[in-house]
Unconditional design. Structure first.
Length: 191
């Protein structure tokens, strides 16, 4: 169902409503955006992440990650990142500039881990080898077997993305519309 909103306040509200839906509905197209950060050499590094929580009032998006992952290290070194969402149903692209923090411990992490640790996905945070570990030549299976042995503690952490600016684009046969919005501003842009 295509939504055609006119007023900036209605569009802003619908953007946050869609983000909230995406955090709850595994079939929503915005559930798995692309997160782009910079690697140690300053080069772009992008991957798909899963949107887990949305706080529209605080302007925050939350994702889960392994604290040992390259993205966690990249975002701890340089917090700036970009999220890109696309919805064919809405014909909307949303690019979101964020400042990220990696939360590795504390009551929130502990509470969420209690819910995750019983799921199949818990194995992702219990593996003894960090994500992206290069397996040694000739012993790939031995390394792979070691990777499947549970670690004594989990490496589950939260990736909290504070929204700084959004670039919204609506594709339409009647003419594309594009706007840039922050917490207090709305600027119409050419498509």
């Amino acid at each position: 169902m295509k939504i055609h909103l006119q007023k900036p306040e209605d569009i802003r509200s619908q953007i946050w409503k869609e983000l909230g839906r995406a955090s709850l509905d595994r079939h929503h197209e915005w559930r798995t955006p692309v997160l782009a950060s910079a690697d140690a050499d300053g080069l772009p590094d992008a991957r798909t992440v899963v949107l887990r929580q949305v706080d529209a009032l605080a302007g925050q998006l939350t994702f889960y990650t392994d604290s040992r992952s390259p993205k966690a290290a990249q975002l701890q070194a340089k917090a700036s990142a970009m999220l890109v969402f696309w919805s064919a149903r809405l014909s909307w692209q949303l690019r979101v500039r964020v400042a990220c923090s990696v939360i590795t411990s504390g009551p929130e992490v502990d509470t969420l881990w209690q819910g995750v640790k019983h799921l199949a996905a818990a194995g992702d945070y219990l593996a003894p080898l960090p994500p992206g570990t290069v397996l040694s030549p000739g012993s790939g299976m031995a390394d792979a077997d070691k990777a499947n042995e549970p670690a004594p503690t989990h490496s589950f952490s939260l990736l909290r993305a504070q929204v700084q600016r959004m670039d919204w684009l609506e594709l339409s046969r009647e003419g594309h519309r594009r706007a840039q919005l922050s917490a207090n501003d709305w600027v119409w842009l050419t498509p």
